[in-house]
Write a protein that binds this ligand. Sequence first.
Ligand SMILES: [Zn+2]
Length: 122
Amino acid sequence: MEKRRRRIGNREGNPEERTTGQRSCFRCGKELRPGGLFYLFQIKVISGFDEILMEPTGEIDQQLHQLLEQVQHCDPKELEREVYEEMTLIVCKGCRDRLVDDLRYSREGPFQIRKDPEPTLH
Ligand SMILES: [Zn+2]
């Protein structure tokens, strides 16, 4: 007898187990059905460097002391996140389209409310 099973993933997983990992859209919260269409935004936020170092003012010892004080009072995880952060967002088709549009045309400025052109009076 020929086997006609074409399920991707864990073959031994029971149906209940498969539904526990329910997904919902990051943006609108809509539930994403198992096997349905969804999109991933993989975002990497890396601190930039323009190769310009600011000339320190004042005593170098004092500068170092201040810097050490700042670092000691910071959460290491927080410091790490300031340099590099990665996130994955799951979104539905509608939100994917809107997010891509927002990113592509972001120079127009966020959430601008269009006003009717003011009437010109002469
Ligand atoms: Zn959505």
